[in-house]
Design a protein around this ligand. Sequence first.
Ligand code: ADP
Ligand code: MG
Length: 310
Amino acid sequence: MLVVVALGGNAITPRGSSGSPKEQWEAVSSASRALASLVEEGFRLVVTHGNGPQVGYLLEAFDLLPPGTPRQTLDLAVAMTQGWIGFLIAHSLERELARRGLRRRVAVVPTRVLVSLEDPEFSDPSKYIGRYYGEEEAVRVSRELGWVMRRDPRGGYRRVVPSPRPLGILEVDVVRSLIDQGYIVVAAGGGGIPVASVNGSLEPVEAVVDKDLTSSLLALELNADSLVILTDVPGVAVNYRRPGELWLRRVKVSELKKYYEGGEFPSGSMGPKVLAAINFVERTGRRAHIGLLDEALEVVKGLKGTVVEP
Ligand code: ADP
Ligand code: MG
């Protein structure tokens, strides 16, 4: 059983965490226990992960560099977070597996994802990243760095970047051969480093790709047996935090699609997970699971969380 497991931001930086190295190691070792229980049961894993807090941290750090220091681009920042979080997961998971007497290696693959410049997101970017700026500062960074700045409904101005749909994963053959050699693979971190075809050659672009959508595509391309999205809620609810809240245990993809199209799920959180699950299940006729990281094994077995069925 080959399973693509997507870890949410809480796997490394839980809500309320300061993000200190100590807290990251604590969070990732708890995530590693969850992942190790899957390996112990014989599942072959490809692990993907988000990078929101880490990329935000890097962008804030770049802002503090002395004037005149060249600023690294967003694609490089995403690449940095793939190394950063990949290292945390690989080191921690190998240690946890060794503790259980399992001698398995974890390989981390910096991963690029193909997007199209024709994607409507490039003319109307939607994804807020980095810190909040005052109006004058926003005008200045927009002039100096060419950033698109937009007023965030939560207050202040922030940089917005396109969040295009992932179309392909450049390293999919690398990932596949590592799996075939018995490695546990960490790939597609932060949704992947976006590259697009520009006059016939592939160029990195300053955009971010949703990690759940990339995970779904990776699961498709690897012909995985299931897609498992682990987060900090026990599954998918309709009327979430409203009267009539109902947690879905088993749901047919057609029914979930109706809820999705009815605007049940916010685009910044549960929306992309549900869409990722719908895409995978519709295209493969296999199942997708959404649930709590701490309940990974039960979620993968369909005993807990939300099971999306064909
Ligand atoms: P991750 O880092 O795992 O991607 P997100 O914050 O993006 O996490 O998404 C998980 C969050 O989605 C939950 O913490 C929950 O508050 C929120 N959420 C929004 N709508 C729903 C819903 N309908 N059912 C369950 N959770 C929801
Ligand atoms: Mg998310």
